[in-house]
Design a protein around this ligand. Structure first.
Ligand code: NAD
Length: 325
């Protein structure tokens, strides 16, 4: 199988190249994102492999069909980048990686929590300049505090396990509570009122878009720490920036942001800056990582294995367990 691999970065080559050799697949690593302008680069291949910022609207899917692409491999869980109707019409199956190391994602949430609480990014900035003043770096002990987890799926559960290790009391909200987890589920309002730390782990859908808005924030405790390693648009960034500037939060740690498609995975130092994001980043209590929660050796290996297993199942005519229907 010949795979046209779009939006290639060094870490993807590290994860996929050794494995592809084992499977006997030939991968062309293409730097460009898959878009209407670059779809022609898939010529001569049997499959495309794309990530969250690649674009597969109907016109791309049709072009891929004309170029002889037989299967679309997504090396991520989300499938909002693909026009599924068009893929169905073209008879091209779309295969994804529904889960890969949820621990890795939760661990990045915990890392952000520790950083914004103990100000380790500011500490680093000072000590590397031989400035050992610790004024302004006071945090809180997490033991005995209450963590409110919104979304108790795979990643939310990993986050709960980590926070239990800190000795935190856990309360949770989920649209579909899981009675097998032995958790204290509460309403969102109660979670906002009681939690010292809030971490959100639910999917982005019309129902959850901007669920963390000005009203929700106003119901949270003053001095709360808020963590988002799920999706940027779960949060109304303007409302978040207003509340941060008003001193509402002890800290906000995020791995995602609303307009990340315009910036993430590239060095955009010289690009025009989104004013709301620039405002958030200027606040010393806000810390953003660039959608890297998935970026561990373990997750990359899992993503590569499942993606190439998906290709193998397709070639073998086996059941496509990870097909997006
Ligand atoms: P999951 O499907 O296992 O869990 C999601 C949970 O959210 C479920 O328990 C579901 O019932 C709950 N939920 C659904 N609607 C809700 C609502 N309206 N309010 C509250 N809860 C609701 O998913 P997961 O694997 O735990 O992933 C969670 C999210 O993390 C993903 O949707 C994705 O956006 C994000 N993610 C981020 C990264 C990253 O690198 N930053 C990597 C993987 C996933």
């Amino acid at each position: 199988m010949k795979i046209a691999f779009f939006d290639t970065k060094s870490y993807w080559v590290d994860g996929f190249a050794p494995l592809a050799e084992k499977y006997g697949y030939e991968i062309t690593f293409i730097k460009e994102r898959l878009t209407p302008a670059t779809a022609h680069m898939a010529a001569g291949h049997d499959a495309t492999c794309s990530f969250v910022n690649d674009e597969l609207p109907a016109e791309v899917v049709k072009e891929l069909k004309n170029l002889g692409i037989k299967v679309i491999l997504l090396r991520c869980a989300g499938f909002d980048s693909v026009d599924l109707e068009a893929a169905k019409e073209a008879g091209i199956p779309v295969l994804r990686v529904p889960a890969y190391s949820p621990e890795s994602v939760a661990e990045q949430g915990a890392a952000l929590l520790m950083a914004v609480n103990r100000m380790s990014h500011h500490s680093y900035a000072r000590t590397t300049k031989f400035n050992f003043d610790i004024a302004g770096l006071t945090g809180i002990a997490l033991v005995g505090k209450t963590a409110g987890i919104i979304g108790t799926g795979k990643i939310g559960q990993c986050m709960i396990n980590i926070l239990k290790g800190f000795g935190m009391n856990i309360i949770a909200y989920d649209a579909f509570p899981n009675p097998n987890l032995g958790l204290e589920y509460v309403t969102l309002d109660e979670l906002y009122a009681r939690a010292d730390v809030i971490s959100i782990h639910c999917p982005l859908m019309p129902a959850t878009r901007h669920m963390i808005n000005a009203e929700a924030i106003s119901k949270m405790k003053d001095g709360v720490i808020f963590i988002n390693v799920a999706r940027g648009a779960l949060v109304d960034s303007e409302a978040l920036a207003d509340a941060l500037d008003a001193g509402k939060f002890r800290g906000v740690g995020a791995d995602v942001c609303e307009k990340e498609h315009e910036y993430f995975f590239e060095n955009c130092e010289n690009a025009e800056k989104d004013p709301t994001l620039a405002r958030l980043l200027a606040n010393p209590r806000f810390l953003l990582s660039g959608h890297q929660a998935f970026l561990t050796v373990d997750a990359l290996n899992a993503i590569a294995t499942v993606t190439l297993d998906n290709a193998k199942a397709f070639l073998a005519g086996a059941e496509l367990v990870n097909e997006v229907k």
